[in-house]
Design a protein around this ligand. Sequence first.
Ligand code: UDP
Length: 237
Amino acid sequence: MTKGALLYEGKGKKLFLTEDEHLLISEFKDDLTAFNAEKRGNEAGKGALNCKISTQLFHLLEKHGIKTHLVKTLDDTHQLVKKVSIIPIEVVVRNIATGSLSKRLGIKDGTVLPFTLVEFYYKDDTLGDPLLNDEHCLMLSLVKSESDLEELKRLGREINSIMKSFFAERKLKLVDFKVEFGADKEGNILLADEISPDSCRFWDIDTNEKLDKDRFRQGLGDVKIAYEEVLKRILNH
Ligand code: UDP
């Protein structure tokens, strides 16, 4: 499969056409952004780490019956993926309050939530990815029906329960994460994009040390070391 024209460039990845109209090549970039791209950076090797981490997690989820866009990993930074029409909703799943949830609702950072919280955000950089309720999603026609929203919530919770126990065995708390979904040509909802320390918060179970993009956002340093540690724990359990 060869890389054709650039179809789309996002903050963390580039998508290229291939000779098969139903398949794309996804390239993981070394770029890092924080808070709607106000702060930018670059960490050599970060793209390869995210590609490896995301590949492992997508395989884990596939094993548990979650359908994903991943066809195969081509090399250190490239995946062959099914072309999907991305649903413009960021599905955020939370186990512990931090970040925007703590700020918005005044919940003390680190509070364990009484139940898994699923939130929807509008995937629109110019609007700053605002929080959406179900009626906003329907009013903006971001999905076809209420049952699609229920399916996104169900998938978010299912992915959370699989990953939460997987990471607990590896001494990491899965604090929260963001996932994106797309519809394939048959209309199936597939997990798309990536799952990596760019899109998840991982805290060490004993020390609460942050092993994710917050190291970059909060200027804590050693971003690559933290991502390497996450991959090491995924692989060497
Ligand atoms: N997240 C993401 N992309 C975004 C916004 C959030 O991957 O554009 C992830 C983020 O890494 C965290 C979760 O979604 O794991 C919840 O983020 P939050 O709403 O707390 O926003 P933040 O404080 O990160 O700006």
